[in-house]
Write a protein that binds this ligand. Structure first.
Ligand code: OAD
Length: 251
């Protein structure tokens, strides 16, 4: 009986994804958990073992760039071994179905969505494979694992390179945020997957979309503040639930 009820809900969401014009997905660390990338919060979360103030702030980097880079280098190693899972693949498939009517907003810096084939991705917290100069405009994508030199230096001006991610206390990239806001105004349905919904401003995205009449569909292994406004909440792993609610390609 319970299974039948779930099946009906999966079909209902599939239909909504097809019938609603603009669809947006917001992902967090939970979608990469099944690929072996640690999340930030929860029992085995990174912020349970490490102090973000010592590793993920501009102050921490000015204090000890070597320590910060060693930590990011370690995370890059874990991510380099990770493969996209069924959740990432389902979202790449959704992009194929909806085309320009779909956007993927991710807080993840691991690049696994792109590895799965997604192209329409807005990375609100940057990308761990990007290195940016702290002094000039130089930036590069660097996939060395481990990095050859820690801390790495700018080949153009010799100053320190930093990870191309957003740290606590920093603003989100303006161009990315502008595009996110445009989508939050026009999206008709938002999938919210594997985020604890506690880090602003991303935590408010679903609320803004809901205010603009979007249907909110959440997938998570536990309830979050976003669950309060979700029209559909699917309790379970992204890699298991997403393939059940993403429609087959229409051909
Ligand atoms: P969190 O670690 O805060 O939350 C992960 C969420 O994923 C939790 O709600 C889990 O219940 C859920 N989850 C875990 N495994 C899952 C699975 N297999 N399927 C579905 N859900 C699952 O990660 P974020 O919300 O992404 O920012 O964190 C937001 C930001 O906080 C990160 O981007 C990062 C961090 O500090 C920066 O580094 C700037």
């Amino acid at each position: 009986m319970k299974e039948e009820k779930h099946r009906v809900l999966y079909e209902k969401v599939k239909d909504l994804i097809l019938s609603r014009e603009k669809v947006c997905a917001l992902t967090g660390a939970g979608i990469s958990a099944e690929s072996g990338v640690p999340t930030f919060r929860g029992k085995d979360g990174l912020w349970n073992k490490y102090n973000p103030a010592e590793l993920a702030t501009p102050e921490a980097f000015s204090r000890d760039p070597e320590l910060v880079w060693k930590w990011y280098d370690w995370r890059r190693q874990i991510i380099s071994e990770a493969k996209p899972n069924a959740g990432h693949l389902a979202l790449a498939k959704l992009e194929e179905i909806k085309g320009e009517n779909f956007i993927l907003i991710t807080q993840n810096v691991d690049g696994l969505h792109q590895k799965a084939g997604s192209k329409r991705v807005l990375e609100v917290h940057g990308n761990i494979w990007k290195l940016k100069c702290t002094s000039c405009t130089y930036e590069e994508f660097n996939y060395d694992v481990p990095l050859k030199v820690i801390p790495p230096r700018c080949p153009e001006c010799g100053n320190l390179l930093r990870p191309g991610v957003v740290w606590f206390g920093e603003s989100l990239p303006f161009d990315v945020l502008d595009e996110v806001e445009r989508w939050l105004r026009m999206c008709d349905l938002m999938l919210v997957i594997g985020t604890s919904g506690v880090v602003q401003p991303a935590a408010s995205f679903a609320f803004v979309a809901k205010h603009n009449d979007a249907v909110i569909v959440e997938v998570n292994i536990e309830r979050t503040p976003i669950s309060e406004i979700a029209d559909f909440f699917f309790l379970g792993k992204a890699g298991e639930i997403l393939p059940l609610i993403i429609p087959e390609i229409l051909k």
